[in-house]
Design a protein around this ligand. Structure first.
Ligand SMILES: C[S@@+](CC[C@H](N)C(=O)[O-])C[C@H]1O[C@@H](n2cnc3c(N)ncnc32)[C@H](O)[C@@H]1O
Length: 207
């Protein structure tokens, strides 16, 4: 995702909170770069046509076409107003038909009612959360009992090598994520990867 012409700090800021025209370019690049992790996360959701699914921090919308193709309703939350506006424009037909709703907001205060979803996913966002406990408590709130959460991220040992600015990125160890999910009240917590050699983790848990 790096570039020779953009300073690393600027790229980190855009990944954390994409803004403006360059934010849209970064959103496009994120989609390309994160396609495999997003596809695997969607697979782990085990969606059916009646599911209501929420994508938190959807960014450039890498997972959204697959979610819309499989689920009855797709909610999206992102703290970037520009990403929300771009998703509303790109998926205007789905919004108009009532199949999708994209809202500006944060994982720490999700703009949806309790038990509104059966599935929740979030990909490459945990580094930016102010608090894993607050985020997973909110995910627990918006999930109906028996619901499933799927979290994709690059764990700390790999993120550390990328030397992202620590005031923007908080690298998350796998056990930090699994412990916080368990503390929030989730059960059947597992770590999934498409191949044993895959460097990223997808944590799956039940409400
Ligand atoms: C690196 S991008 C990942 C986008 C997409 N999920 C993907 O995999 O390509 C991170 C996105 O999460 C959003 N984000 C970061 N922190 C957030 C938070 N606390 N609550 C909601 N969205 C957040 C950012 O605005 C950005 O669009």
């Amino acid at each position: 995702m790096g570039s020779m012409i953009m300073p690393p700090r600027f790229i980190a800021q855009q990944l954390s909170h994409p803004k403006g025209l360059l934010g849209r370019v970064v959103g496009y690049l994120m989609n390309k770069h994160n396609a495999k992790m997003n596809a695997f996360v969607v697979e782990q959701l085990e969606l059916t046509a009646t599911d209501r699914v929420l994508d938190i921090g959807f960014g450039g919308g890498a997972a959204l076409p697959a979610l819309l193709a499989r689920a009855g309703f797709v909610g999206g939350v992102d703290r970037s107003r520009d990403m929300v506006e771009a998703a509303r424009a790109r998926f205007a037909c789905n919004v108009a038909s009532g199949q999708a709703a994209f809202r500006e907001g944060t994982v720490e205060a999700l703009p949806f009612e309790g038990a509104a979803f059966g599935k929740v996913c979030t990909v490459n966002t945990v580094y930016f959360w102010h608090s894993l406990d607050a985020g997973f408590a909110e995910i627990h709130r918006v999930l109906a009992p028996g619901g499933r959460v799927v979290v994709g991220f690059l764990p700390k040992q790999h993120m550390d090598r990328m030397q992202m600015p620590p005031d923007i990125f908080t690298p998350r160890a796998t056990e930090d994520v699994t412990t916080a999910i368990t503390r929030a009240g989730f059960s059947r917590v597992s770590i999934e990867r498409p191949q044993p050699s895959t460097v990223w983790n997808v944590v799956v848990a039940s409400r």
